[in-house]
Design a binder for this molecule. Structure first.
Ligand SMILES: NC(=O)c1ccc[n+]([C@@H]2O[C@H](COP(=O)([O-])OP(=O)(O)OC[C@H]3O[C@@H](n4cnc5c(N)ncnc54)[C@H](O)[C@@H]3O)[C@@H](O)[C@H]2O)c1
Length: 377
């Protein structure tokens, strides 16, 4: 039986992946720090870590000795462990770099220096954030363009859409393809891009098969309800349950590509079992753009509440305006078609949320940290 090391396997995507792989013929080894920001000071609801064929090691991907132990006999690595808050990364630069970039480097360093290397595959969960704003079209005749992140002065004027650098006209978002240029606009994105390069270069030199999955906005059962720095649906769900008004940034019409965690887990599984040599980047999303007002309205209704949503015209520097993935490679290379539509996904998420203890609403505190550093207006 193959042994798969899953770093960060106790987190949102990891726990769903473990549940999925547990039904297959794999031995799983999870390496996770159980970071308090995600799991709370006293981690709870992790009984499944002791399930059959699942071994749990508590420790950090930056700790060489522990990673060496975790890699022992592993045939594949799914590297999920990361710090994941885009806004927070802008003022916790060293921590994000240490966990995301250095953690990946430690893993690869051990593989590069091992005489008894058993690892044949690496799956890295990267992020759509490496594209920055991603792909747009200038309808005034300048074709497909890749705008820089929107400057503070533009956002302060409430001019939300990226503009064409040639004719200064607003641009129209289109699906971003894997071959489009990377243009990270946050420290988080920069560290994810660094992870990609490290995995690609090391794997090619060591003859290890690799897959780099650029995940879009993942949502679903098991997403941390305690972490105010990431996970828009988790954050919104807490506000809805508390009967507090939902604030939609900008004009609420910014779009995201929401992909259910089940589809992400299945895509990772596909990377582990395919006989193809992937060795490339693949977008994992739904291929459908949904704006924030719509997702807020639908989530509120699914949770059985009346809409109480206000467009705040607030903004965060480094946030992208629109995002939708081209998922042609997901279909053709991974032979995977997303299965969980938004209606079903929201239903499943809402049902799970309503079984969870009501968390503290920490969003205002997280936003205050950004404002204090002039990263939010
Ligand atoms: N959730 C999304 O929307 C999304 C989107 C794009 C990419 N991703 C990527 O997917 C991966 C998993 O994301 P997630 O949403 O499950 O996040 P998560 O925060 O729920 O899980 C991350 C896990 O990593 C663990 N961890 C943190 N630092 C660690 C360290 N130093 N050593 C070992 N474990 C550590 C945490 O305790 C946590 O259990 C990340 O690499 C993230 O960048 C997620």
């Amino acid at each position: 039986m193959e042994t798969i090391l899953i770093t960060g396997g106790a987190g949102f995507i990891g726990s769903n992946l473990v549940r999925h792989l547990n039904q297959k013929a794999f031995r799983l080894r999870i390496l996770d720090t159980l970071t308090p920001q995600i799991h709370g000071a006293i981690p709870q609801g992790l009984d499944w870590l002791g399930e059959r064929n699942t071994e749990f090691i508590r420790g950090s991907v930056t700790d060489r000795r522990i990673v060496e132990t975790a890699l022992d006999g592993a045939t594949a690595v799914v590297h999920l462990a990361a710090e994941t808050g885009t806004g927070q990364s802008m003022y916790e630069v060293a921590r994000y770099n240490e966990v995301n970039s250095q953690g990946t480097a430690v893993l690869l360093d051990i593989l590069a220096n091992s005489n008894t290397r058993t690892v044949k595959r690496i799956v890295l969960t990267s992020s759509r954030s490496v594209y920055g704003e991603g792909a747009y079209v200038c309808d005034a005749g300048h074709g497909r363009v890749f705008p820089a992140s929107r400057p503070a002065e533009q956002l302060a004027r409430h001019e939300w859409d990226p503009i064409c650098h040639l004719c200064k006209q607003p641009l129209r978002a289109v699906a971003t393809v894997e071959t489009d240029p990377a243009r990270p606009a946050s420290i988080y994105a920069a560290t994810k891009y660094a992870q990609e390069d490290l995995v690609r270069v090391a794997s090619e030199s060591l003859g290890i098969n690799y897959a780099i999955l650029r995940l879009q906005n993942v949502y679903g059962e098991g997403q941390s309800l305690k972490n105010p720095y990431t996970g828009i649906l988790s954050i919104f769900s807490t506000k809805v349950r508390r009967g507090v008004q939902l604030g939609a940034f900008e004009d609420g019409l910014e779009t995201r590509d929401f992909v259910h965690v089940d589809d992400v887990a299945r895509s990772i599984h596909q990377c582990l079992i395919t006989s193809r040599q992937i060795n490339q980047v693949i977008n994992v999303g739904s291929g459908i753009a949904t704006n924030v007002l719509e997702i807020a309205t639908r989530l509120t209704a699914t949770l059985g509440s009346r809409p109480n949503i206000r467009v705040t015209a607030e903004y965060r520097l480094g946030d992208i305006r629109h995002n939708v993935a081209d998922i042609d490679r997901l279909r053709t290379i991974l032979e995977y078609e997303p299965r969980v539509g938004l209606t079903e996904g929201l239903e499943r998420f809402a049902q799970w949320v309503l079984t969870q203890p009501l968390p503290e609403d920490l969003l205002d505190r997280a936003n205050a940290e950004l404002r204090a550093r002039k990263l939010m207006g």
